[in-house]
Write a protein that binds this ligand. Structure first.
Ligand code: UDP
Ligand code: MG
Length: 321
């Protein structure tokens, strides 16, 4: 196939997914071949240390529509996606997790919406099949996002979706390092359409995002999009200061009227010192979250380093941002 002659680029981040790759290959190929679109898949190997890379390379040798972008180490889900999109050049660019929690069969419906004029198509989860603490944590996170997020539409959506080529080009211009893909996609605007789906448990293997990564991802969804935490601290400070002034006024009046002020209150003092000390530290931590992000931006390091690409006509691909 002529490599410039395709319509859809599917970007798939892969980190230690040897258990799921054979199944992915089967379902992705079947779904896209049925979808009557000329497609290409860009699999980004995010520094896997299992056999994922060799498996994708093998797949690419047997199917010229498969491209492998190899990162120099593990940069994380969001960076892997950004890397993949920077190599995409189809009329539409889809993003999909490798673990089959995002069913490739839905791409057909997404392409149909795109053909009808949607510039961004987002898959929204009707239900989700995760269990245990992950289910609880994800549920809480999306509830929180819906209530307090400044981007109302990113709740219950993930990276799974499709963008028009022009949208993807604008996405590449977003140069921030702490990336929360669903939020950035919302921020871009454009005509958007949703398709609903039931999110399955991953097809095989264990989740590859550590709890720490997930927490920092959740924090990015707040701190990269809103000053709300700082404003809340300011409000809290104002309320506490106001209470202080009122109390001072009360004591002064009492003293002026000659009413004796009881000399006790050790418990109250200790409690107040601890509570206010705690608030101070929380405030400092919040400011720190922003300062740390500024520091990361100022260092201006690239989001990812590409060691090699396999499968492009010239084997160099586009430049990274
Ligand atoms: N992934 C990645 N780099 C990482 C962690 C994960 O590219 O450091 C990929 C992983 O292979 C999968 C997708 O990102 O295709 C989502 O990961 P996972 O299913 O573990 O996350 P969750 O479903 O819990 O969000
Ligand atoms: Mg998953």
């Amino acid at each position: 196939m002529d490599q410039t002659d395709f319509e859809l680029d599917v970007v798939i981040p892969v980190f230690n997914e040897e258990d799921v790759l054979p199944e992915l290959r089967k379902r992705l190929t079947a779904a896209l071949d049925k979808a009557s679109t000329r497609w290409r898949a860009i699999l980004v190997d995010d520094g896997s240390d299992d056999r994922s890379r060799e498996m994708i390379q093998q797949w690419g040798q047997e199917d010229s529509r498969i491209i492998l972008v190899e990162l120099s180490r593990n940069f994380g889900h969001q960076s892997a996606i950004t890397a993949g999109i920077s190599f995409a050049s189809g009329q539409a660019v889809a993003v999909l997790d490798a673990d089959l929690q995002d069913p490739p069969e839905l791409l057909d419906e997404m392409m149909a919406a795109w053909r009808k004029g949607a510039e961004i198509v987002v898959a929204r989860r009707r239900t989700r099949a995760e269990t245990g603490w992950r289910r609880l944590a994800f549920g809480f996170f999306h509830l929180f996002l819906e209530r307090f997020g400044s981007l109302p539409s990113s709740a219950n959506t993930g990276v799974f979706g499709l963008m028009d080529r022009r949208v993807a080009q604008h996405f590449q211009r977003l140069s921030e390092r702490h990336r929360f893909f669903p939020g950035l996609r919302d921020w871009l605007g454009f005509h958007r359409q949703e398709v609903l789906y039931d999110r399955e448990e991953r097809a095989a293997g264990t989740p590859k995002q550590s709890l720490r990564r997930l927490i920092s991802y959740a924090l990015d969804s707040i701190f990269s999009f809103s000053y709300q935490p700082l404003r809340m601290m300011t409000c809290l400070g104002l309320v506490i200061a106001l209470a202080g002034f009122l109390l001072a006024g009360y004591f002064i009046t009492k003293r002026l009227l000659g009413i004796e002020i009881a000399d006790t209150g050790f418990t109250t003092l200790v409690t107040l010192i601890l509570v206010l000390g705690g608030f101070n530290l929380i405030g400092l931590g919040l400011v720190g979250e922003y300062v740390g992000r500024i520091y990361d931006e100022v260092k201006n390091r690239p989001f990812f380093i590409v060691r090699a690409t396999h499968g492009f006509a010239s084997d160099e691909g586009s430049v990274s941002i």
